[in-house]
Each structure stands twice: as structure tokens, then as C-alpha cells.
Design a binder for this molecule. Structure first.
Ligand SMILES: Nc1ncnc2c1ncn2[C@@H]1O[C@H](COP(=O)(O)OP(=O)(O)OP(=O)(O)O)[C@@H](O)[C@H]1O
Ligand SMILES: [Mg+2]
Ligand SMILES: [Zn+2]
Length: 511
């Protein structure tokens, strides 16, 4: 007796059909073998499946059971095959009859037969839609991930027992109601408020521009000047995720198991702040069955690297490709895997190891060698990819408390309104381009069409290129930042003063 059940495998974000073939033979030496699963997961799967079946009041067959997961050449090391294997065995011995209509089965079993939250269900729903297969059976804890995909019937399964009852027609599992994406997207609460940061008007303006266009920003300043605070406050002014962006981000979060049980779409723009001790693999992605790193978890959001020069030199160097291309390629034995990594880099640093280089009030205690060594990590190719360079001076907070004039009362929500406005213009501008959402995503070839400069603006730009010997990369990045400043100003044409402001944040990095 042979039964075939459909499930899914993934390599990175690419998914493929997996056919789980179950054969139960009366003849031959009794046993339970699994072919096509990687390494030690075979043993674990066998234990879970066998115990879960017994605990679901089904007699485990004393026969020769062979399970084959095809195709053999894709890496399958997950626990999601528990459910298709178990249901395959139960169907083969005639305890249940599988429906004629094709369906996917996917989920990890616990020993008592209940189903655990399983990563990747969102991708399974996308695959089902692509393949035109309507029904998917997944753990209830993970089912909301799938319910945002149209035209799919998502059956939330609590336990193997409940699925057996459903298949026997004793107690039917009700498919989830489809969820409207727009309804989910509007529900956002800001984390932390910008109005708590006193003074620092220039820094706030620069962060607003960065958030509005998705530009990279670097903050340098002495200890205690508020760099970390400013960056963290930024999480509250990030523009709402669009529907398209949300789907892209949810893919990455689903496959890495970063969506909490019961969770659905990722609605907040990601804000990731990995510590400088994070390994290169943790930051960039990798390992034998490659997993996305922090830079991909920050896709369409912010990657905040505080104490930037403390990160390993190799990690910093490895940021170069993703910062330029918006994705990362991880090579492995069987070809390379690509993950999206279109993040906005927010980096912060002191000017030197003691932090007081250039401080009018305190002396720097570092040797020249120490300063050079420290700054070397921040120089060259990485700095060239930063759009906005910012010096954050120390402020006397006591003074600011007294002098209310200098204290910005502007709340995050007000700033966010302007940013959302600028993003709306960008969404409209790029609506025909699949992967371009914000000004920073533009390829240089798009600038001619989307970033029209006034004659004066053009002249100023040319002068700046000569005067500051800007690299070609700096030149293009400068135009993109000017585009964002003009969008915040609701101006279709980029004018001279837009370029002038963008230049203000650019020149420092050229020194
Ligand atoms: N502009 C400000 N308004 C209100 N509080 C501030 C401001 N700047 C600094 N602070 C206070 O000082 C604390 C230290 O600031 P923060 O940690 O952001 O400094 P930093 O620039 O990151 O310093 P370091 O270089 O040592 O990391 C904050 O937690 C906050 O309480
Ligand atoms: Mg800090
Ligand atoms: Zn110093």
C-alpha cells in the first residue's frame, strides 16, 4: 500500500513541492525508515511521529514502513514533515481516507499529537497559490500567516487527532476566514517618542530625511550626546509599510521563525539593532543551509549599528555588496542563495576611542595611532555608501530644559505624517517598478526620469562635484537625497536649496 502526500521544502526563500511517499508492507521485517531527510532529523522525526500516532489512539502498525521525501536533492532538515508523514501512515493503514482534492500538509508534531507553531507557513500559502492548490492543513498557531493570501482555504489544525476526525467526517475543521491586508496594515502603535529628545534639531531633520527616502545615515559625536537615543527614537517615525513591502518582509520573518505564534503579517517596518559582538554569519547570513542574517531581517527597515567601529572588520566589509545591491548572495556547496537586504543603515560612532576628539570642552587622550586605527574602519568604501553624514554635538540638557525655545515639542506622530506624505509621492512615482519603493532604491538609470533638477540646482551640483572631488557614487547618492528633500517639500522639481541641504550632509564624508 502506497500513499503520496504533498508538502513543501525551501532553500532560502525559494520553495519547492515535496512529495512524501509512505509505503506500509505487511511482509518483511517490521521497522520505520525515512529516506530523503537530512542527518539527525530522521531519528527525531521518527520518534515524534510514532509517539504522536500512538497518543492519538491509533495502533502503530507492526509492519515495514518506508517513507521517502522526494526530490532527494533538496535539503530537507525541518520538522514540518511530521504532519504529512503521520497522516500518510494513518491513511495507508486505512484509518482515514484522504480527500480527492489535492492539499498541502505541513507542521511539527509534539509527542502528545498536538501541533507546534512551525516556521514557513506564509511561504507554503504562497506556493499553494502559485500551484493552484486550494487547501492547506497547517498548525493553528501558524495559520494566520497564511490567511492573508487570497483564494486559499487554510485549515488550522490543533492536533493529529482533530485532523483524523476531520478526515473521517466526524468533526470538521472550519477553514479560516480570509483576512483583508489593508485592515491589518493600519494598526500601528509608535514605540518611543521623538519629542523626548531635546534640541538636536539638525540631527532630527537628517533622520527625517533618511526615513523619508530610506537613506543611510552616519552619526558621529562624543559620549552621551544622544546618538543611541536618536536612533532608537527613529523607530517611531518610520513610514508605514506598504502592502507589497509587508509581504516581502513577512516571507523572511516566516521562514526564520520570527513571527510569533498566532501572528500574521509583519506590519511594523523592521528596526534591528544587533550588538557589535554579533558574528558575521549572524549579521550577514549563512551557515550550511543558509539562513538570513540581521541585514535581511532589516529588509525594508532599519539596521542600526551602534558603536560601529567595534564591529569586526570582516563584518563591516561584508556590508558593502548588500548596501550597493539591496540583496546578499551567500555561496554554498550547491550554488548560492540570495536573500533580500534592502535596509537603511543607521550607524553611530564616537570620533575616537576615548570619544573626545574635537571636543571643545574635554581633551582627547588617544594616540594618533589609536585614532587612525579606529577611523580606518569607517573610511573609504563604506563611508562612500552613506548618504547623510552627521555630527551630533554634546548638548547641555539642563540648559535645554530651561530654554524651552530650543526644545522641540514636535511629536513623532507629526514627523511621521510628513514622512508618510513623502513616501506616498514615492509609491506613486515607482508604482510600475516592482522592487523600487523609495528614492534610495532607485538605480542610477532612473534618475533622469524621476529626479529632474532645475538649472540652478544642476549648476550647484556641478560646482560641488568639482570643488569636493565627489566620487560618482557620491554624486548619484546626492541626487537621491535631494529628491527626498524635494519630496518632503512637495516639489516635483529638485531646486537649488534642496541640493544645498543635501550637500550639507554629504561633504563631511569626503574628507
Ligand atoms: N538631546 C537629548 N535630550 C534628552 N536626553 C538626552 C539627550 N542627549 C542625551 N540624553 C540623555 O543622555 C543619555 C545618553 O545618551 P545616548 O546613550 O543616546 O548617548 P550616545 O551619544 O549614544 O553616547 P555613547 O557615545 O556613549 O554611546 C540618554 O539616555 C538620555 O537620557
Ligand atoms: Mg550610544
Ligand atoms: Zn580620543
Amino acid at each position: 500500500m502506497l500513499t503520496k502526500i504533498l508538502s513543501m521544502a525551501n532553500v532560502g526563500l525559494k520553495t519547492e513541492n515535496v512529495e512524501v511517499e509512505v509505503n506500509v508492507a505487511e511482509k518483511g521485517f517490521p521497522g520505520f525508515g525515512i529516506v530523503g531527510l537530512a542527518g539527525k532529523s530522521v531519528e527525531e522525526t521518527r520518534e515524534r511521529v510514532k509517539t504522536a500516532i500512538i497518543n492519538s489512539d491509533i495502533e502503530f502498525p507492526t509492519a515495514k514502513i518506508t517513507v521517502n521525501l522526494a526530490p532527494a536533492d533538496i535539503n530537507k532538515d525541518g520538522s514540518a514533515y511530521d504532519l504529512p508523514i503521520a497522516i500518510g501512515i494513518i491513511a495507508t493503514i486505512g484509518e482515514v481516507t484522504l480527500p480527492k482534492e489535492k492539499a498541502y500538509y505541513y507542521g511539527e508534531l509534539s509527542l502528545d499529537g498536538s501541533l507546534h507553531h512551525t516556521k514557513g507557513v506564509f511561504l507554503l500559502a504562497l506556493l499553494a497559490k502559485e500551484e493552484g492548490i486550494k487547501n492547506i492543513f497547517v498548525p493553528r498557531m501558524s495559520a494566520n500567516e497564511a490567511s492573508v493570501i487570497e483564494d486559499i482555504s487554510v485549515y488550522p489544525v490543533d492536533s493529529l487527532k482533530s485532523l483524523i476526525r476531520h478526515l473521517k467526517g466526524e468533526k470538521l475543521i472550519e477553514a479560516l476566514k480570509p483576512v483583508n491586508i489593508e485592515e491589518i496594515l493600519n494598526d500601528i502603535t509608535p514605540e518611543f517618542d521623538f519629542s523626548e529628545v531635546l534640541g538636536q534639531q539638525q540631527a532630527k531633520r537628517a533622520l527625517e530625511i533618511a526615513a523619508a527616502g530610506g537613506h543611510n545615515i552616519f552619526m558621529m559625536g562624543p559620549p552621551g550626546s544622544g546618538k543611541t537615543m536618536l536612533a532608537r527614537a527613529m523607530a517611531g517615525i518610520l513610514p508605514n509599510l506598504t502592502e507589497k513591502e509587508s509581504l516581502e518582509v513577512t516571507k523572511i520573518y516566516s521562514i526564520t521563525g520570527n513571527i510569533p505564534p498566532g501572528g500574521s503579517l509583519v506590519r511594523q517596518r523592521p528596526f534591528r539593532g544587533p550588538h557589535h559582538t554579533t558574528s558575521q554569519i549572524g549579521l550577514i547570513g549563512g551557515s550550511s543551509n543558509p539562513k538570513p542574517g540581521e541585514i535581511s531581517l532589516a529588509h525594508r527597515g532599519v539596521l542600526f549599528l551602534d558603536e560601529f567601529p567595534e564591529f569586526g572588520r570582516n563584518s563591516i566589509e561584508a556590508l558593502r555588496q548588500p548596501l550597493e545591491d539591496g540583496y546578499v548572495s551567500i555561496s554554498r556547496a550547491l550554488g548560492s542563495v540570495t536573500f533580500p537586504a534592502q535596509f537603511m543603515l543607521v550607524a553611530a560612532s564616537n570620533p575616537c576611542p576615548c570619544g573626545h576628539l574635537g571636543d571643545p570642552k574635554k581633551d582627547c587622550k588617544c594616540t594618533n595611532y589609536q585614532v587612525l586605527n579606529y577611523q580606518k574602519k569607517m573610511s573609504g568604501p563604506i563611508m562612500d555608501r552613506i548618504d547623510l553624514h552627521l555630527v551630533v554635538p554634546a548638548v547641555d540638557v539642563n540648559n535645554l530644559m530651561i530654554d524651552k525655545e530650543k526644545v522641540s515639542g514636535e511629536k513623532s506622530i507629526e514627523i511621521k505624517k510628513r514622512i508618510n506624505g513623502a513616501r506616498k509621492i514615492q509609491s506613486e512615482r515607482f508604482k510600475k517598478l516592482a522592487h523600487i519603493h523609495s528614492n534610495s532604491d532607485m538605480k542610477n538609470s532612473h534618475l533622469k526620469e524621476f529626479a529632474k533638477l532645475s538649472n540652478e540646482a544642476n549648476l550647484l551640483l556641478k560646482q560641488a562635484v568639482n570643488k569636493f572631488a565627489l566620487s560618482a557614487r557620491s554624486y548619484f547618492r546626492l541626487i537621491k537625497v535631494s529628491r527626498t528633500i524635494a519630496d518632503l517639500d512637495k516639489s516635483e522639481t529638485i531646486k537649488e536649496f534642496h541640493v544645498a541641504e543635501a550637500l550639507q550632509y554629504r561633504i563631511r564624508g569626503e574628507n
